[in-house]
Ligand binder design. Structure first.
Ligand code: C2E
Ligand code: CA
Ligand code: CA
Length: 582
């Protein structure tokens, strides 16, 4: 009796359950299928959302045993079969491949499959899997790669002439050094500066000047072999790297370039006669690194200029008055460390939403007893070369932490202080021990501190850098990547640095905003990319309202630059903080 009532009830209950399940399956963003482990190409069940995904009806799959395998992209088939084999061996697999939809388009799908076995006997029962649409993700990935390539191009090539820019030239010189050392070659660096370019620019305007520079670039490239590199440093300064050559070879090329300038240029109907002066330095005699070689070729170029237009000149060490300057500078720096002639300035970083100060960057200054205030741009590279950056860097950290503590005592604490680190400081080792000792001794919490590393620092000693960062993170210290876009600019390595918090867009990009629509695209691409990696973005060198507005529109988080404030000394920053509080 009970049964006759129970049966229909159970039946409708089951039916309801199935129809709910069907509904769930068809509305999920996942198309579920099963296959037999004994005939793994053929699909034994597939949810009807497959129509939306691949254009086929579920019945199409059930009717045609090879429909699935026949429509896998030929380039992906090998990998797909290998993965299927692994599934049959019991390994759960997630893989992506292209599949031809009913309408004939290729679509990326993600396939996740698993073998189900009988719990007691262990016999294979069926393969259960799900397909999801990957196309959008893949498109987004491709778009990201494209914008990465674009950023890379902008960072390495001069936008006017499309020749390699300073960054790429430096890289090429470094490569030439490696080659020369390995092969026991010499190579030459030519430094070119146009004669009277300023006259063209000033009298005819930038438009003519730009076009002239383009033609100069083309003429320069025509005078060179495939293996040589011509690049533009900026303005009317060009360099040429001549690989595997002697002084004699370099002289020939210099002559050839100078004579190629004898023919006047025709810029939009105007005939312009322009010549070039060339300075030459030879590796290794005239310098062992790219900095030295370039500076020495530059000095030789000045010598050539003073000899008249259209001349070339080799560098020799007698010209090297600046070597003495450098030695004097090193001596003074040692004294400066001893006599504590340094000062720390702080530049405010402003949150774009609240328009409040959320951090400051500590920037060092050198108060020289005779020569007055010296910019870090002029002494940090020398300190690095002379092995003096370590005591200087330590002083900066100590001073910054002392200042943080004094501000805290005065009731100012809601902001971070960013300190620049140089590669040499990391290379010297024991940096973490030094940082943590300073924090401990001053009683400053790690979370108040941010350390700025440049791309090149992150690239070198990758493992050591990661170790250092990991240890610092445990103390709550934040990390930012400085001057982003000027260095290696391979964005993919950013994803390998999970410990980063902040990306600082280099000033050179910010200052191009609106001058070049390209720069706008790049800035917004960098912001988007940073966001997708969950990094905060600080734009550096913001000087104008126009730049500020564009950055706000892009979704940039924070700005730093003269528009809000120049770097301030301790007292002035304290006044700034006080003013903010009221
Ligand atoms: P940086 O880390 O990129 O610092 C930003 C530089 O941009 C600062 O120059 C700052 O004064 C300047 N700046 C900020 N806003 C603007 C703006 O709106 N327009 C323009 N044109 N410039 C702006 P500064 O202080 O001369 O420092 C130069 C570089 O020296 C720094 O570049 C950094 O690489 C290095 N440096 C400074 N302090 C230290 C330090 O303590 N340790 C190390 N290792 N390097 C330092
Ligand atoms: Ca910095
Ligand atoms: Ca910077």
């Amino acid at each position: 009796m009970l049964n006759t009532y129970a049966q229909p009830h159970l039946f409708t209950h089951l039916e309801n359950k199935i129809s709910r399940l069907e509904h769930l399956l068809s509305s999920a963003p996942l198309t579920i299928y099963t296959r037999s482990p004994f005939n793994p190409f053929s699909i034994t069940f597939v949810s009807n959302s497959v129509k939306e995904l691949l254009g086929y009806f579920d019945d199409d799959f059930l009717d045609s045993a090879n429909l699935w395998i026949e429509n896998v992209h030929p380039e992906d088939i090998e990998q797909v079969l290998a993965n299927l084999h692994r599934v049959l061996l019991g390994e759960p697999i997630i893989h992506k491949y292209r599949f031809k939809t009913k309408s004939g388009e290729w679509k990326w799908i993600r396939d996740r499959a698993k073998l189900i076995t009988d719990k007691t006997t262990g016999k294979p029962l069926e393969i259960i899997g799900g397909w999801t649409d990957m196309s959008e993700l893949i498109h987004a990935e491709n778009a990201l790669i494209k914008s990465q390539e674009k950023i890379h191009h902008l960072a390495h090539y001069d936008s006017l002439t499309h020749l390699p820019n300073r960054v790429l030239i430096t890289e090429r010189i470094e490569q030439a050094i490696l080659f020369s050392d390995r092969e026991n070659w010499n190579f030459a660096l030519l430094f070119l500066d146009l004669d009277d370019f300023k006259v063209v620019n000033d009298s005819l305007g930038h438009h003519y000047g730009d076009e002239l520079l383009r033609q100069v670039a083309a003429r320069l490239e025509n005078s060179l072999r495939e293996v040589d590199t011509a690049g533009r440093l900026g303005g009317d300064e060009f360099v040429v790297i001549l690989s595997n050559t002697t002084a004699h070879g370099a002289e020939n090329v210099a002559r050839k370039i100078i004579s190629s300038f004898k023919e006047p240029f025709n810029v939009e109907g105007k005939v312009l006669s322009v010549q070039t002066s060339i300075g030459i330095s030879i590796y290794p005699e005239n310098g062992r690194d790219s900095n030295m070689l370039t500076r020495h070729a530059d000095i030789a170029m000045y010598q050539a200029k003073s000899a008249g237009r259209g001349q070339y000149c080799f560098f020799n060490f007698k010209m090297n008055t600046h070597l003495e300057y450098r030695l004097a500078m090193e001596r003074d720096l040692r004294e400066a460390i001893h006599e504590k002639q340094f000062l720390l300035y702080y530049q405010p970083q402003i949150d774009l939403v609240t328009r409040k100060l959320i951090g400051v960057e500590a920037l060092i200054r050198w108060q020289h007893p005779q020569r007055g205030m010296i910019s870090p741009v002029d002494f940090i590279p020398i300190a690095e070369d002379a092995g003096l950056i370590n005591p200087i860097g330590e002083w900066v950290l100590q001073q910054a932490c002392d200042d943080i503590k004094t501000w805290e005592r005065a009731g100012f604490s809601g902001f971070k202080v960013a300190v620049n680190l140089s590669l040499r400081q990391l290379q010297a080792g024991k940096l973490f021990e030094k940082v943590s000792a300073i924090l401990q001794q001053t009683g400053v919490d790690g979370s108040r501190l941010e350390l700025e590393l440049t791309e090149s620092v992150m690239m070198e000693n990758h493992a050591e850098t990661l170790d250092f960062m990991t240890q610092c993170k445990d103390l709550g210290i934040h990390f930012s990547i400085d001057d982003f876009g000027t260095g290696y600019s391979s964005l993919s390595y950013l994803t390998k640095l999970p410990l980063l918090d902040i990306l600082k867009i280099d000033r050179s990009f910010v200052q191009e905003i609106s001058k070049h629509s390209d720069a706008n695209t790049i800035v917004s691409a960098i912001v988007n990319m940073a966001k997708s990696l969950r990094l905060n973005v600080i734009a550096e060198g913001v000087e104008t309202l126009e730049q500020l507005d564009y950055l706000t529109e892009c979704g940039c988080d924070t700005v730093q630059g003269f528009h809000f404030s120049r770097p301030l000394n301790y007292e002035t920053l304290t006044a700034f903080l006080q003013k903010e509080q009221t």
